[in-house]
Design a protein. Structure first.
Length: 92
């Protein structure tokens, strides 16, 4: 029996349904709804998003406002949540 690679990479064994979020307009699949800023970046990188761990993570709010998320900050994910990750020196 083969195990799902994504589940192996980010499951804490809670048996939750996979959830898809968007990081820099790329779909990223998580097994757990509770995570932190650093794990969002790590899982996104494992799934092919071209970012680095030292980049800055933002949650995109409904009005397009970017809210920074620290690496250690707890995050509860919801289906289709939007995140942006930028280089520390990117002023866009």
């Amino acid at each position: 029996m083969q195990f799902d690679e994504v589940k192996d990479n980010n499951s804490n064994g809670n048996g939750g349904k996979p959830i898809t979020i968007n990081v820099n307009n790329h779909p990223v699949i998580f097994q757990d709804h509770k995570t932190n800023g650093l794990e969002i970046k790590r899982i996104a990188m494992q799934q092919g998003v071209a970012i680095q761990e030292d980049f800055i993570l933002f949650r995109v709010k409904g009005n397009g406002k970017l809210v920074p998320i620290s690496d250690s900050e707890s995050v509860t994910l919801k289906k289709n949540d939007e995140f942006r990750v930028t280089a520390p020196d990117d002023n866009s």
